[in-house]
Write a protein that binds this ligand. Structure first.
Ligand code: ASP
Length: 425
């Protein structure tokens, strides 16, 4: 019997969690760390390894297929506007929920003290990381997009935007030169694209084992639930917000603007969502997101090859929602009142901070430091939310990936590049 890939991944996850749970209780944590965790790391590395070649090749093919630079600017303009719209909506939902539920009021003095003490060191590390991002001028993010050396950018997974910029230029060059001269180059990349897609299929064969290892090691590594209890209401507020995005906001956008049945959509992208959950990294998930969106949702590769890599790096609705809830939570827990003006400021800073967050585990937390700083909330308050960050990171990454997939569907629909065969099936 052939079991669909998303079921296999789900089974791998559940077995991994159960296995990790038993090993933790049997005090055999070391075995999981030494002998199981490396397989999870290998799996994530395989995905990351293929992500940059995939972006380069599929973006060159996608853009040269557009055959017209004005089409590219139309595509780019729409993508950025919709990405901003979804992110601002996410931050706003986060702020409304945090103000209504007031999760900070549910944390008692004792847990507050012990969290601040226990996680002060971890928080200091993140604050230091954020300091280097903050110390440069306001236009630094713009400067950072332009590489001074393409090959250096290629060799650094954190320089995805630089790679995207250069590859867009190659695509534009291919559109502008004589078609006969462009053809052999494009054909070469088309062939390479097929090879890379096949490699992803092969890597995905290992997905159930990879997620098993990731979940088992997560289970033995997360702090005890007693620490997490105090953070329950905060975590639930974030999860409620993320659920509203996934189950209400995106389906509404899909139905209204793309006439796309949400259930079919979720079925198509579920392997990507499950991987986002297991790896906590939109960048590592990108190859699978691309495959799901192109082959199962029916978005033309011209659109997905542009919208998805860009989205993986700049569009993080889950992260921005989490940052707004976390900022308000920390302020409430520390007894700092936030006026309307400060909260509006959070909308701006959380949007920018999520754009600036790298698509890797816990990046959102580093950038949260900047949101806290701007709102006048002590950065050391980060220690309060440290214990529960990993599970929330897993959930927000699912939202980040779902948002990228949704926006690519909307953009594709708006320029007639959504395969109707898929949406009507
Ligand atoms: N882990 C997230 C991602 O890769 C980023 C974050 O919020 O930490 O999408």
């Amino acid at each position: 019997m052939k079991i669909a890939i998303h079921w296999k991944i789900l089974i791998g996850m559940i077995l991994g969690l159960a296995f990790g749970f038993f090993m933790k209780n049997l005090e055999l944590k070391g075995i999981v760390i030494d002998w199981i965790k490396p397989f999870g790391t290998i799996f994530i590395n395989l995905l990351k390894m293929i992500a940059v070649p995939l972006i380069v090749v599929s973006l060159i093919v996608g853009i040269s297929d557009l055959k017209d630079v004005s089409k590219l600017s139309k595509l780019g303009g729409r993508t950025i506007v919709i990405y901003l719209f979804t992110t601002i909506t996410a931050v706003s939902i986060g702020l409304v929920l945090a103000n209504l539920i007031k999760p900070g009021n549910y944390i008692n003095e004792q847990s507050r003290k012990s969290l601040l003490e226990n996680f002060a060191g971890d928080a200091a590390q993140k604050i230091e990381l954020a300091a280097s991002a903050k110390s440069k001028g306001p236009l630094q993010p713009l400067v950072d997009i332009v590489p001074d050396n393409f090959f250096r950018a290629l060799s650094d997974n954190a320089s995805m935007l630089q790679v995207i910029l250069f590859v867009i230029l190659i695509g534009i060059g291919l559109i502008l030169i004589d078609e006969n001269k462009a053809k052999p180059v494009v054909d070469f990349f088309k062939g390479l694209n097929d090879v890379i897609l096949k490699i992803i299929d092969v890597i995905m064969l290992a997905a159930p084992i990879g997620v098993f290892a990731l979940m088992a090691s997560l289970m033995v590594e997360i702090p005890d639930f007693s620490t997490l209890n105090a953070l329950g209401v905060y975590a639930l507020t974030v999860i409620l917000g993320l659920s509203l995005m996934v189950f209400v906001f995106y389906p509404t956008l899909l139905v209204v603007f793309a006439k796309y049945p949400p259930i079919k959509f979720f079925k198509a992208i579920s392997p990507a969502q499950l991987l986002a959950f297991s790896t906590s990294s939109s960048a590592a998930t990108l190859p699978v997101t691309m495959e799901c969106v192109t082959e199962h949702v029916g978005v033309d590769e011209e659109v997905s090859s542009f919208v998805l890599p860009l989205g993986a790096t700049v569009n993080m609705d889950g992260t921005s929602l989490y940052q707004s809830v976390a900022a308000v939570f920390i302020a409430q827990a520390l007894g700092i009142p936030l006026d309307l003006q400060t909260q509006l400021m959070i909308v701006v800073t959380a949007t920018l901070a999520s754009i600036g967050s790298a698509a890797v585990p816990s990046a959102g937390m580093v950038m949260l430091v900047i949101v806290l700083g701007q709102a006048g909330i002590p950065e050391a308050g980060l220690a309060l939310i440290f214990a529960i960050d990993r599970p929330l990171d897993m959930c927000r990454t699912v939202v980040n990936v779902t948002s990228d997939a949704t926006v690519s569907t909307l953009v594709a629909k708006s320029i007639g590049k959504l395969n109707p065969f898929y949406s009507n099936k």
